[in-house]
Design a protein around this ligand. Structure first.
Ligand SMILES: *Cc1c(COP(=O)(O)O)cnc(C)c1O
Length: 386
């Protein structure tokens, strides 16, 4: 391991130097005018990143899982039914969060690497009266990119709130909450938003806020109650002092820098760059004879690749790649954990990162005596990037 190793896991990710630099500033208080200005900019900026001009943003100390639980705690009441469109490990987790907050949860599942068809989702939605439907935009355990726009349209037709777990997508994959009719979307700071871990981010659209206002029972968690946080976020957005629980001042400063970089690049350009980098990665892996876990190109995420180990190679590959200076991740889906590995390519990722990563995987495969021609992956990536 060296200080110059490249971190290419599906979060946390390599950060821009300016994002890291702001963490080294003097400690500011949570009512410091500079901090209030930053928090305000973050809240306004997130509406642009999520393309949700009328949504209410919430940013709390916690990880992506807290953002999932924030949605569950506020949008369902005990006894209400929730449908989980299940594409893997993180969809299962959403089911657990909903159950913990009293929902009756049904799943519409697909085998690992696939996503439920629109017909299957439509049928599931018609099977009973659901309050919410959740979708994992990119399931980080399988690398599957779900057709959120189409699913959300079905939920809207059925009068069901749609909740998108965008922890591995927001800031990199196309998402247009407003135009797609997504009622709630959430993420964590350490994935495609390009900030350190530690912030749970959730945007609740008008229908989600109305559903929360119409609750007849209190939210069972004090810390997670929209009711405790709404006025605080409104005050910060207006750069006015307010307090419920101390905001993570330093992490919000980092997120402010990172959201600024995202908006300077522009979401359409950023999405296009992620597509380019993902395609180059995929061309390289294909040239090396590797098979992706997603069963079709259209279902493959642009924020990470999930690939089966080739014949004769096992999970030791992850360490062998680390020995080449690039940190990648092993499998996560319980059924297939030991059979595949994952490479993250989100955030500030550029051509140099892609080539370094492809080369490290290639060198490790060659060293593992896999049937890979040295240079074949790098050549394919370079052609795709040209
Ligand atoms: C990473 C991830 C989570 C969990 O986020 P944490 O920050 O680890 O709590 C949830 N959903 C998806 C899709 C993820 O990729």
């Amino acid at each position: 391991m060296s200080d110059r190793d490249l971190l290419m896991i599906p979060g946390p990710i390599e950060l821009e130097p300016s994002v890291l630099a702001v963490l080294g500033e003097r400690q500011r208080g949570h009512l410091d005018p500079v901090f209030m200005k930053r928090f305000s900019r973050v809240l306004k900026g997130l509406r642009e990143v999520f393309r949700a001009p009328t949504a209410q943003p919430f940013v709390l100390a916690g990880s992506g899982t807290l953002a999932m639980e924030l949605a569950a705690a506020n949008l369902v009441q005990p006894g209400e039914a929730a449908l989980v469109v299940n594409t893997g490990y993180f969809s299962d987790r959403m089911g657990l969060a909903l159950t913990r907050h009293g929902a009756e949860v049904a799943h519409v599942r697909s085998p690992p690497g696939a996503a439920p068809s629109l017909d299957e989702v439509k049928k599931a939605l018609a099977s009973q009266k659901f309050k919410v439907m959740t979708v994992t935009h990119v399931d980080t355990s399988t690398g599957v990119l779900a057709p959120v726009q189409e699913y959300a349209a079905l939920a809207r037709e059925a009068g069901v709130l749609s909740v998108v777990d965008g922890v591995c997508s927001v800031g990199a994959e196309a998402l247009d909450m407003d135009a797609w009719g997504v009622d709630c979307a959430l993420t964590g700071s350490q994935k495609a938003l390009g900030a350190p871990p530690g912030l749970a981010v959730l945007l609740a659209g008008p229908r989600a806020m109305a559903a929360w206002r119409a609750r007849t029972q209190p939210v069972r968690s004090l810390y997670l109650d929209f009711g405790e946080w709404l006025a605080i976020h409104e005050a910060y957005e207006a750069e006015k002092p307010s307090y419920f629980a101390t905001p993570p001042v330093n992490l919000l400063a980092a997120l402010d820098v990172s959201v600024g970089l995202i908006l300077a690049e522009g979401m359409p350009a950023r999405v296009a760059r992620h597509v380019r980098m993902a395609n180059a990665m995929r061309a390289a892996f294909k040239a090396m004879g590797l098979t992706t876990l997603p069963v079709s190109e259209g279902l493959a995420a642009h924020t990470l690749s999930a690939l089966y180990y080739p014949a004769g190679v096992d999970a030791a590959l992850v360490k062998a790649v680390a020995a080449q200076g690039v940190v990648i991740a092993g499998g996560l889906h319980p059924e297939l954990k030991t059979k595949y590995f994952r490479v993250g390519h989100m955030g500030a990722v550029g051509a140099n990162d892609v080539l370094a990563t492809v080369s490290a995987v290639e060198r490790a495969l060659v060293a593992s005596k896999a049937a890979v021609e040295p240079g074949s992956g790098v050549a394919a990536a370079e052609r795709a990037l040209a």
